[in-house]
Design a protein around this ligand. Structure first.
Ligand code: FAD
Length: 282
C-alpha cells in the first residue's frame, strides 16, 4: 500500500509515516492543495490512482473521508463502499440501520473506493525500514476554492480523539445540570458529548452529538449521564472500552451496554463523584 498526504505541512507528516510499511509515501504542499477542498484533493488523488494503477483507495469514514472519497469514485467511475468495518475475502462489510445488521457489499469494478471506520481496526504497528517519500503533482480542481478558516476554540479535547468522553442526555434537563456534567468532564480532562435529544433541546451544539447521525466514538472510558440508550445513540458509542451509565431508571436500555451502572438521580450523585475524583487527583 501507498500513503498520500496533502496540505501545508504534508512533507513533514509524510516523513513521519515512513516507518509503517508503505510502498511509498506521496505528498504535496502545493498551493492548489494547501487547504482542503473535495475538488482539489479528489482530482489530485484520482490522477495519482490512475497513474499507479491502484486496486483500492481508502480514507477514514470521517466527515473528511465521506466528502472526498465519493468524488474520487465518481471521477474514476468505480464502485464505492462507505463505513467499512471488515473484508471477508470477497465482500466488504458495513453496518447499517444503526448497527442492527451488517451488509456485505461486493465491488464489481477493478478499483474500489472505500471509507473505513477507524474504530473497527487496530492501528498499524511500526515496521522497520523506511518507505521512500516522493512529491506528486497537485490539481486545484474545478468548482470550489478554499477561502479561509473561522476557528472555533475549545479548551476541551476533540470528541473523536479523546480517551475519556462524558456525555449528557435529556435527563440533565437544564443549564444547571449541564454545568455539573461539564465539571466532571473538566475534572477528568474529558471531551464533552451529547445525545440528540439534548442537542434538540438546544443545550449543546450539534457537533457534540454522538450516534447514528452524529459522531462515532470509541474512547477508553465513556460516561453516559441521563441518556436512555436508544439504538441510534448506542450506535455511536458501543465500541467504547469501558462504559459507565448514570440513570435514575433501572430499566433504561443504556444499562444493557454499560460495564458499570449507577441507578441514581445524577443531580445528587454527579457532584459527589466529581468531588471524589478531585480529591483523589489531589
Ligand atoms: P431520553 O430518551 O429522553 O432519555 C433521558 C434519560 O434520562 C431517561 O433514561 C431518564 O431515565 C434519564 N433521567 C431523567 N432524569 C434523570 C435524573 N435526574 N438522573 C438520572 N437520569 C435521569 N440520538 C442520539 O443520541 N444520537 C443520534 O445520532 C441519533 N440519531 C437518530 C436518527 C434517527 C433517524 C432517529 C429516528 C433518532 C435518532 N436519535 C439519535 C434519537 C434517539 O432515538 C433518542 O430519541 C435519543 O437518543 C434520546 O436521547 P436521550 O437518551 O438523551 O433522551
Amino acid at each position: 500500500f501507498d500513503i498520500v498526504v496533502l496540505g501545508s505541512g504534508a512533507k513533514a507528516a509524510a516523513e513521519r509515516l515512513t516507518g509503517v510499511g508503505a510502498g511509498s509515501v506521496y505528498f504535496s504542499e502545493a498551493a492548489a492543495v494547501a487547504d482542503y477542498t473535495a475538488e482539489g484533493y479528489a482530482d489530485t488523488i484520482a490522477a495519482l490512482a490512475k497513474e499507479k494503477g491502484v486496486k483500492a483507495i481508502l480514507a477514514p469514514a470521517t466527515t473528511f473521508g465521506k466528502d472526498l472519497v465519493p468524488r474520487i469514485a465518481g471521477l474514476l467511475g468505480v464502485g464505492m463502499v462507505s463505513d467499512v468495518i471488515g473484508f471477508d475475502g470477497e465482500a466488504y462489510l458495513r453496518p447499517m440501520y444503526a448497527g442492527n445488521l451488517v451488509a456485505k457489499i461486493a465491488v464489481n469494478t477493478p478499483v474500489a473506493a472505500l471509507t473505513v471506520r477507524e474504530t473497527a481496526f487496530e492501528a498499524t504497528a511500526a515496521s522497520a525500514g523506511g518507505s521512500p517519500v516522493a512529491e506528486i503533482a497537485a490539481s486545484e480542481g474545478v468548482g470550489a476554492k478554499f477561502v479561509g478558516y473561522q476557528l472555533v476554540s475549545s479548551a476541551r479535547p476533540n470528541l473523536t480523539e479523546a480517551k475519556v468522553v462524558v456525555a449528557a442526555g435529556r435527563g440533565v434537563k437544564d443549564a444547571v445540570g449541564m454545568k455539573m456534567v461539564e465539571d466532571l468532564a473538566d475534572t477528568l480532562g474529558a471531551a464533552l458529548g451529547a445525545s440528540r435529544a439534548l442537542v434538540d433541546e438546544g443545550l449543546t451544539p450539534n457537533d457534540l452529538q454522538i450516534g447514528q447521525t452524529g459522531k462515532i466514538v470509541a474512547p477508553d472510558l465513556y460516561i453516559a449521564i441521563g441518556i436512555s440508550g436508544a439504538i441510534q445513540h448506542v450506535a455511536g458509542m458501543k465500541d467504547s472500552k469501558v462504559i459507565v451509565a448514570i440513570n435514575k431508571d433501572e430499566e433504561a436500555p443504556i444499562f444493557e451496554v454499560a460495564d458499570y451502572g449507577l441507578v441514581a438521580d445524577f443531580s445528587k450523585s454527579l457532584p459527589e463523584l466529581t468531588d471524589m475524583i478531585r480529591s483523589i487527583k489531589g
